[in-house]
Design a protein around this ligand. Structure first.
Ligand code: KIV
Ligand code: NA
Length: 276
């Protein structure tokens, strides 16, 4: 059975923890999907992880649609959520709805995610009115890196915590089906998870949320030497890739690869001498 937004609500009601990972391409989406996560996020983090930018700000709608199409071809089970990139929803509600629609219609996603709470309540409500499920995203929202003055944990003071809690309430009010809580203190995440009825998906928000999300390349050890405190490394795939490629280079140079019997082809009894 494919996962839907209703499955997310049911999981929270039953106390079953939700799991999400990012994917940006067909191959990774298949692996993540077959392992059995509930949701796959085509995050605008692809700007950093796939495209090598130093923030998510340069990512375009075209980038998001291109990667979302690849991911939806690989995901059979998980709910695919696609990020609205920077400037795709900030300018107007009309643009927000139109761009959300493109991620569904052209990308094949089942839901969209956008950053911000109180300030974007109108956009979220309008997208939901268009029958497009919305996932909110508050706390350390990477598209606000310049406004924050860096990637800084949010909600540490009472005043700042109140703003994040207000954002969570606004997102619920606007009709979102879930919300990502990123980079906030565990106590605040717990308060939010208890206050709102929709599932909370945490990243750097402690074990108190209704689910967790990580960037797949981070937890697989494929991206970045310096990874944030909240990333747990489940593998060192990057190191394995480098080792495998070094072995390939050595084998080609030594003449060990390819092996003509095992890895080459022979003619169908035709004599080479017959060629002219
Ligand atoms: O773009 C992204 O990867 C994200 C998450 C990590 C929540 O928005
Ligand atoms: Na994102």
């Amino acid at each position: 059975m494919a996962i839907t937004t209703a499955s997310f609500a049911k999981a929270k009601a039953q106390g079953r923890k939700l799991t999400m990972l990012t994917a940006y391409d067909y191959t990774t989406a298949r692996l993540v999907d077959e392992a059995g996560v509930d949701g796959i996020l085509v995050g605008d983090s692809l700007g950093m992880v796939m495209l090598g930018y130093d923030s998510t700000l340069p990512v375009t709608m075209e980038d998001m649609i291109h990667h979302t199409r690849a991911v939806t071809r690989g995901a059979k089970h998980a709910l695919v959520v696609a990020d609205l990139p920077f400037m795709a929803y900030q300018v107007s509600t009309e643009q927000a709805v139109a761009n959300a629609g493109r991620l569904i219609q052209e990308g094949g996603a089942s839901a969209v995610k956008l950053e911000g709470g109180v300030a974007f309540e109108e956009q979220i409500a309008a997208i939901v009115r268009a029958s497009i499920p919305v996932m909110g995203h508050i706390g350390l929202t990477p598209q606000s890196v310049n406004a924050f003055g860096g990637f800084k944990i949010q909600g540490k003071t009472q005043e700042a915590a109140q703003r994040v809690l207000d954002d969570a309430r606004a997102i619920e009010r606007a009709g979102a089906f879930a919300v990502v809580l990123e980079g906030i203190p565990t106590q605040l995440a717990q308060r939010i998870a208890q206050t709102i009825s929709i599932p909370t998906i945490g990243i750097g928000a402690g074990d108190v949320t209704d689910g967790q999300i990580l960037v797949a390349q981070d937890m697989l050890g494929m991206y970045g030497e310096l990874s944030p405190k909240f990333v747990r490394r489940y593998a060192n795939i990057g190191q394995q890739i480098t080792q495998a490629i070094s072995a390939y280079i050595a084998d080609v140079q030594s003449g060990d690869f390819p092996n003509n019997e095992a890895e080459g082809y022979t003619m169908d009894g035709t004599q080479l001498e017959g060629l002219h």
